[in-house]
Design a protein around this ligand. Structure first.
Ligand SMILES: CC(C)(COP(=O)([O-])OP(=O)([O-])OC[C@H]1O[C@@H](n2cnc3c(N)ncnc32)[C@H](O)[C@@H]1OP(=O)([O-])[O-])[C@@H](O)C(=O)NCCC(=O)NCCSC(=O)C[C@@](C)(O)CC(=O)[O-]
Length: 315
């Protein structure tokens, strides 16, 4: 197996999406901002560096993300001594970017010494028209034609820009200036063979796969096998969500993302270094699901959580 340990050992291997993708689809009541803040703090403490924290989308469309402007100023400030820490926020259009910039300006005005609230945005486009209509309320062409201005302005303001392609197949976003593109299997219908076919086609087209991430929903339990199948082909960036939380409000029936605990466990077992403390991660997953009253979809989280509980009892 070509493990290419030097690149795989990068701690940005995991892009943690639980605070955004994981929570966005939950039914009311809204997850309290304080819980989200603690979640991000716990995720940072596990060693995760890239943590998606919210969205600047229409609050009536995705109410669970409506508090992103309140959450951002309360997060641990981006530490200049650790430039790898990033808080991506979803920005669908110029209106969303404008809201973020206004928030940054208000924060600076109230304390000139305060640093930026975030250093990364994520734009998103769908590879299929029906999903584009449902998710972005616009055609693929319309979404794509609006993005260069958003990306340019964000880059100008010093943000790193990530791109998502939902219902994957193409990636014009790299050429537009995104540093990385995440390929979303939104409905979770991918499997190892389909992913390998896609990846090999991308390699053949000379697409820089080192700048591509896999974003697998685990609807049919195929997410982890698919990720593992891509490792020998050079996949080095995996989106995942604590406790397997997640789902897109516009992809009915598609369940959570692959669980971060399961990905980290598998990568460590296979000899990859993620920089993530698995035990802390498991504790955070069990804490979050208990706090907001939902089930923990991570098998690793449940198994190691049970062992940790036994150990605790025996003390
Ligand atoms: C995309 C939009 C914003 C288009 O929204 P729209 O309704 O088409 O926008 P519009 O330009 O027609 O404007 C209508 C009204 O919306 C307002 N508006 C316009 N834009 C914004 C904004 N950014 N924030 C707040 N308000 C906004 C705008 O100001 C106006 O307000 P009014 O003048 O009538 O009072 C809307 O359809 C929306 O919010 N959709 C939800 C998208 C979303 O968050 N989806 C889930 C995340 S994507 C995902 O989960 C997939 C992913 C990334 O994980 C990868 C994968 O798994 O595949």
């Amino acid at each position: 197996m070509n493990r290419s340990m030097s690149t795989l050992a990068r701690s940005s291997l995991i892009v943690e999406v639980s605070a955004r993708d994981g929570l966005q689809n939950l039914k009311p009541p809204a997850v309290p901002t304080a819980v989200k803040k603690e979640l991000v703090e716990r995720l940072l403490d596990t060693g995760l560096k890239v943590i998606e924290v919210g969205s600047f989308v229409r609050p009536d469309r995705v109410p669970q993300m409506a508090d992103t402007p309140t959450l951002l100023p309360g997060l641990p400030s981006l530490r200049s001594e650790d430039p790898e820490v990033h808080y991506p926020v979803l920005v669908p259009n110029m209106r969303g970017l404008q809201s973020l910039l206004e928030l940054e300006a208000a924060s600076k005005a109230s304390d000139p010494n305060v640093g930026p609230l975030t250093n990364e945005i994520a734009v998103f486009v769908s590879a299929t028209e029906p999903f584009s209509k449902a998710n972005n309320n616009a055609s693929v062409d319309k979404v794509l034609s609006g993005l260069p201005a958003v990306i340019d302005k964000a880059l100008e303001r010093g943000y790193r820009v990530r791109g998502y392609v939902s219902c994957v197949m193409t990636d014009p976003l790299l050429d537009m200036g995104c540093y990385e593109v995440s390929l979303g299997d939104t409905t979770g219908e991918g499997n190892p063979e389909a992913w390998k076919t896609l990846w090999e086609a991308l390699l053949k087209e000379d697409i820089p796969t080192s700048r591509l991430a896999a974003h697998c929903h685990d609807t049919f339990s195929m997410a982890l096998p698919s990720i593992l199948a891509l490792l020998p082909l050079g996949l080095r960036i995996v989106d995942s969500s604590l406790a397997g939380l997640g789902g897109c409000p516009y992809s009915p029936g598609a369940t959570g993302n692959v669980a971060t605990e399961d990905v980290v466990y598998a990568l460590h077992k296979l000899g990859y270094n993620t920089g993530v403390d698995l035990e802390k991660l498991v504790k955070s997953g069990n804490w979050l699901t208990k706090t907001i009253g939902i089930s923990n979809e991570s098998k690793v989280g449940r198994a190691i959580g049970a062992r940790l509980a036994l150990k605790e009892k025996a003390k």
